[in-house]
Design a protein around this ligand. Structure first.
Ligand SMILES: Cc1cc2nc3c(=O)[nH]c(=O)nc-3n(C[C@H](O)[C@H](O)[C@H](O)COP(=O)(O)OP(=O)(O)OC[C@H]3O[C@@H](n4cnc5c(N)ncnc54)[C@H](O)[C@@H]3O)c2cc1C
Length: 354
């Protein structure tokens, strides 16, 4: 009990799970407890991860950090798609992405270095109104099932503990005096959680439609000035597809609307010849809140005072619309920031000799 709370991760969305995974892969799983109000398998308006589309795409920003996190994330997800696609619910999928506006050249160049089968489409092949388009092999992810896979793997293979608990402040992460470091992976809650209260955080609402359309096998996205339309086949779901979507900044409404569902169906039929030719059966509409942040995600080590003592926190939140594609890279960076603390742990709790 004491040993397993040496490292506490607040939050069991994809960001917290990826931190637990990176720690576990480096041999620290037995020191980790994940504490969260919602755990994989749950659904709630304030728990974003189960609602994700979900794929790897070019929607992330183009600063060096975001490019680096994406690259690490792509390597991680394609490895899973090669080694255990069915178990992890991750699959390689052909993808086309189109933009109505200019895309920073540095971003396209960075992507072209590592995305499999990457091509820039010639101008002659672009639909009306599209300025740029690329094709590549992406990874599609069944978000809720992938989270349950991570949960089982972390618990059964690496000995990570999961505790359902709502904390009332960041300082609560240190309720056990044995806790040496806490990772704050609370997503949208970082705006209001006492001890964090980061007013740069805001939600970006998205409605999506879950459909059964087994003949849709390609990922396709069109990024417009004021719209976002996409089709994402869902691995391991017997032919389900996510149709989207919306990017509504500073909107925290978790309700779904039939006029938005209609707009999504109209737009995706126009975008994808596969959807257009398919008898699409609507199964459900969902709305989720991406944890966005002015200036991008925050990955930062900080000393805080708890009952008069200095404690180490690593913040890792604000992933916006890229938590699944960038989460592993973000986790890698968050864990690297406490390398010095981690090195001491194995001396602190040596394994008993057999
Ligand atoms: C419609 C939609 C489509 C998307 N599509 C994609 C996509 O295609 N690709 C992609 O990469 N990303 C996509 N995203 C974005 C992705 O879902 C998010 O970036 C990601 O889920 C954020 O994860 P998180 O762990 O930060 O937050 P969350 O999943 O919200 O997890 C937060 C965790 O913190 C816990 N918590 C919060 N407050 C407390 C407290 N006080 N005490 C204890 N626990 C607490 C919660 O219970 C939860 O466990 C999409 C999102 C939406 C909404």
């Amino acid at each position: 009990m004491e040993e397993s709370e040496t490292i506490v991760i607040l939050g069991a969305g994809i960001i917290g799970l990826d931190v637990a995974l990176v720690l576990s892969e480096r041999g620290y799983g037995r020191y980790v407890t994940v504490k969260a109000e919602y755990l994989p398998g749950d659904s709630a308006g304030t728990y974003t991860s189960p609602w994700a589309g979900c794929n790897f795409s070019a929607i992330s920003g183009s600063n060096p950090n975001e490019l680096k996190w994406d690259r690490l994330g792509y390597a991680h997800l394609t490895k899973l798609a090669s080694e255990r696609p069915d178990e992890a619910f991750v699959q390689r999928t052909p993808s086309t992405e189109m933009w109505d506006e200019e895309v920073p050249y540095s971003k396209i160049e960075a992507m072209s270095e590592y995305l499999e089968d990457f091509h820039v489409l010639p101008e002659s092949q672009l639909p009306k109104g599209v300025k740029h388009a690329v094709s590549f092999t992406t990874v599609t992810i069944n978000a809720p099932k992938h989270m349950e896979y991570l949960y089982r793997r972390l618990r059964d293979q690496y000995g990570v503990r999961f505790v359902r608990q709502r904390v009332s402040s960041l300082q609560d992460a240190f309720a056990n005096p044995a806790t040496r470091v806490a990772f704050n992976c609370t997503g949208n809650a970082s705006r209001s959680l006492p001890g964090v209260e980061d007013h740069k955080c805001y939600p970006t609402r998205g409605q999506v439609v879950l459909c059964r359309a087994p003949r849709v096998t390609s990922n396709i996205m069109r990024h417009g000035r004021d719209y976002e339309t996409y089709v994402i086949p869902r691995p391991g779901s017997n032919g389900n597809v996510i149709l989207g979507g919306y990017m509504q900044r500073r909107n925290s409404d978790c309700a779904t609307y039939s006029y938005e569902t209609k707009s999504i169906l109209d737009r995706t039929r126009e975008l994808s010849s596969e959807v257009c030719q398919e008898e699409v059966e609507i199964l459900a509409a969902f709305a989720g809140l991406r944890p966005s942040r002015d200036g991008g995600a925050r990955i930062e080590r900080e000393n805080i005072s708890v009952a008069g003592e200095t404690r180490i926190v690593v913040h890792n939140y604000g992933a916006g619309g890229t938590g699944f594609q960038a989460g592993y890279g973000m986790a890698w960076e968050a864990v690297r920031s406490v390398e010095d603390v981690l090195r001491q742990l194995k001396n602190l709790h040596p394994r008993p000799r057999m």
